[in-house]
Design a protein around this ligand. Structure first.
Ligand code: FES
Length: 574
C-alpha cells in the first residue's frame, strides 16, 4: 500500500478482498496491470474525446500518452477512456444538439468507474463544455487539457483563419471575386496541421475559458497543437493531478463565482465567442454557482479588446502564443481580474501571471491603449427578446449597432436557403434579416446559422454586412452585426415567432434595446393565431432534448442535469 492517509475512491473497487475485489481487479489484469496499480495509489482517469470524426481532436491519443508519463512519474496510475466526441464540422444536424448527451456520457463514465481524479482532453468546440459539465456534476479533482490550435492557415502568401476565411471565401466566390478552383485550393491552405480552429472561434475561446477559470495549466489556451510544449503541458498536468488528489482539490474548489467572473472579463478582452455565454452558464449551473446572462453585460461590456485576433482582428492563435499567450492578457487586465482565484496548478491566478511577458504589442495590446474600446458582449432586451439576446459589438459594423429597418423574415433555415438568392426577394441593405426556428427546441439544437449569408444581389453591390436576428447561434469564427440567442425562442412562441415581413425592428446596442415596433394588441392577436410547428421527433434522444432543453439565456442545459450528484456510487456491479 502507498503512504496515502485517506482511503481513495478507487479503493472502493480495487481495495476489496472479497469476490467483488477479484472481479474488479482480475479483468483489468488482462491488460497487463501490475499489482501496484491496485495498491492504493491515485488512479487517474484520462477522459478522451479522441475521434477521427473529430479532426480537431484526432491527435489526442498521443497527448494522452504524455499525460500518462506525468501520472506515473508522480506515483499515480493512469487509465484512459473514451467518451462521445463531437466534431463540429461533420456532425448533423448540429454538434450542439449532442453537447448535453456527451456531458451525460462523461458524467456517468467518471462516476461509474474507479478513478480518484480525471484529466479531461478536449478541443473542438463542444467537447470542452460537454466534458467539463459532466465532470463538474461528479466533482472530483480535474484538469482540462486542450488540444491546441492548428498552425496559421497560409493562402497565396497571406494568413487565413479557420472558419472566418470560409465565410470570406464563400462570399468571394458567390460575388465572383475568386474562381471555384481558388475556392477548392483554399481548403488545404486553411487546415494544414493537427489541432482545432486557430481563429478566436469557439474552440480557442473555450480553451481560453478553461485557463481563465483556473481549470487548465498556464498557457493551456494558445500553445499550438504541434508545438512540443503542448506535450510538456500534458506531462505536467498528469503529475499535477496526482497531487490534487492527495490534496483533495476538487472542481468546486476551482469553479467559484470569482472564476466565472474572471472568465467573463477574459472573454471580453480576447474577443471570445458568443458561444462561451451558453457554455459558461451551463457549467455554472452544474456546480451551483449563480450566474446569469446579465452578468456577461455587467462584467464584460466595459472591458477593452486587447487581442488582435480574427474574427475581431487580424492575427491567429499561433501569433497569440508567441506574443505571450493568455497569461500576458491576464497580467494586462490586472485588477480587473480576481487574482486570488485558485487554479489547478495550486497557485493563484495572480501568481501564475505576475511575471508574464508580452513579446508583441500588435497582437496583445496594453490596457491603456487597447486594440478596440469596450469589446464585451452586449445583452439586448425588449419586446422582441424579453429574456435577452446577445451581440458581439467587436465583430459588428459600428454604424449598424444602432439601426432601424424593415424585417425580411425567413420562417426556417430551409425557407432561407430557398429564397435568399431569389432576384425577386424584396430586400436592401437597410433591411433586418430575421431567421426563425433555429433555437434550442426549434432546430433542434440551436445551430450556428445566425450569421446567415447576405443575398447575392447585396454582396454584388460590395456590401458585406447587414443586421441579422435569430434565436440560433453563430460560429465563434464568424463576424457581422448579428443578434443571436433571442430568448424566448420562436419555437415556443416567443415574440420572434410573431415577426412579419415589413415590421420595423429597432436595434440600439448602446441602449441595450431590441424592439419590434408592433403594438401589444397586435402582438396579442398574432400570438392567438400562432401554432407551434410539429417537429416530428417521436422518439430517441432528439425527443428527450426537445422535452428538457432549457432556453438559451439559461445555458440550454437539460432541466434535469442542473446541479451535481457527486462521486459516490453505493452499489457494486455484481
Ligand atoms: Fe473543431 Fe473549429 S471545427 S474547433
Amino acid at each position: 500500500m502507498s503512504e496515502n492517509k485517506k482511503k481513495l475512491r478507487s479503493q472502493e473497487w480495487f481495495g476489496k478482498t472479497d469476490k467483488m475485489g477479484f472481479i474488479y481487479r482480475s479483468w483489468m489484469r488482462n491488460q497487463g496491470l501490475p499489482d501496484h496499480a491496485f495498491d492504493g495509489r491515485p488512479v487517474i482517469g484520462i477522459c478522451n474525446t479522441w475521434s477521427e470524426y473529430t479532426p480537431c481532436n484526432a491527435h489526442f491519443r498521443e497527448i494522452a500518452e504524455h499525460v500518462k508519463r506525468g501520472v506515473l512519474e508522480a506515483g499515480g496510475y493512469p487509465l484512459e477512456f473514451p467518451v462521445m466526441s463531437l466534431g463540429e464540422t461533420l456532425l448533423k444536424p448540429t454538434a450542439m444538439l449532442f453537447r448535453n448527451l456527451a456531458s451525460m456520457d462523461a458524467e456517468e463514465s467518471i462516476r461509474g468507474n474507479p478513478m480518484d481524479g480525471v484529466i479531461l482532453l478536449a478541443g473542438c468546440d463542444k467537447t470542452t463544455p460537454s466534458i467539463l459539465m459532466g465532470a463538474a456534476s461528479v466533482d472530483l479533482p480535474a484538469i482540462v487539457i486542450s488540444g491546441g490550435p492548428m498552425l496559421n492557415g497560409k493562402y497565396k502568401g497571406r494568413d487565413i483563419g479557420s472558419g472566418t476565411s470560409v465565410w470570406q471565401f464563400t462570399d468571394d466566390v458567390r460575388a465572383g471575386r475568386i474562381t471555384q478552383e481558388e475556392y477548392y485550393y483554399a481548403e488545404s491552405c486553411m487546415s494544414r496541421s493537427r489541432g482545432h480552429c486557430m481563429t478566436m472561434g469557439t474552440a480557442s475561446t473555450m480553451a481560453s475559458m478553461v485557463e481563465a477559470l483556473g481549470m487548465g495549466m498556464p498557457h493551456n489556451a494558445a500553445i499550438p497543437a504541434v508545438d512540443a510544449r503542448r506535450k510538456v503541458l500534458a506531462n505536467m498536468a498528469g503529475s499535477r493531478i496526482v497531487q490534487m488528489v492527495k490534496d483533495d482539490v476538487k472542481i468546486s474548489d476551482i469553479l467559484t463565482r470569482k472564476a466565472f467572473e474572471n472568465a467573463i472579463v477574459v472573454n471580453a478582452a480576447i474577443g471570445g465567442s458568443t458561444n462561451a455565454i451558453i457554455h459558461l452558464l451551463a457549467i455554472a449551473g452544474r456546480v451551483g454557482v449563480e450566474l446569469n446572462i446579465d452578468d456577461f453585460d455587467k462584467l464584460g461590456h466595459d472591458i477593452p479588446l486587447l487581442l488582435n485576433l480574427m474574427p475581431s482582428g487580424k492575427f491567429l492563435m499561433e501569433d497569440f502564443y508567441y506574443a505571450g499567450g493568455l497569461p500576458a492578457v491576464i497580467k494586462e487586465l490586472g485588477s480587473l481580474i480576481h487574482l486570488d482565484a485558485l487554479t489547478v496548478n495550486g497557485k493563484t491566478m495572480g501568481e501564475n501571471t505576475e511575471n508574464a511577458p508580452c513579446y508583441d504589442r500588435e497582437v496583445i495590446a496594453p490596457l491603456d491603449k487597447p486594440f478596440k474600446e469596450r469589446s464585451g458582449i452586449a445583452v439586448l432586451k425588449g419586446n422582441l427578446a424579453v429574456d435577452g439576446a446577445v451581440i458581439k459589438p467587436s465583430a459588428a459594423t459600428p454604424k449598424l449597432l444602432k439601426h432601424r429597418g424593415k424585417a425580411v423574415v425567413f420562417e426556417s433555415i430551409e425557407d432561407y436557403h430557398a429564397r435568399i438568392d431569389d432576384p425577386d426577394l424584396e430586400i436592401d441593405e437597410n433591411c433586418v434579416m430575421v431567421l426563425k426556428e433555429v433555437g434550442p427546441r426549434g432546430y433542434p439544437g440551436m445551430p450556428e446559422v445566425g450569421n446567415m449569408g447576405l443575398p447575392k444581389k447585396i454582396l454584388e453591390k460590395g456590401i458585406d454586412d447587414m443586421v441579422r436576428i435569430s434565436d440560433g447561434r453563430m460560429s465563434g469564427t464568424a463576424y457581422g452585426t448579428v443578434i443571436l440567442h433571442v430568448s424566448p425562442e420562436s419555437a415556443i412562441g416567443g415574440a420572434l415567432a410573431l415577426v412579419q415581413n415589413g415590421d420595423i425592428i429597432e436595434i440600439d446596442t448602446e441602449g441595450r434595446k431590441l424592439h419590434l415596433e408592433v403594438s401589444d394588441e397586435e402582438l396579442a392577436t398574432r400570438k392567438e393565431a400562432w401554432k407551434a410547428i410539429n417537429l416530428g421527433y417521436e422518439r430517441g434522444y432528439a425527443q428527450l432534448y426537445i422535452n428538457h432543453v432549457q432556453q438559451s439565456h439559461l445555458g440550454a442545459d437539460f432541466d434535469f442535469l442542473r446541479g451535481k450528484s457527486g462521486a459516490e456510487v453505493k452499489r457494486d456491479s455484481h
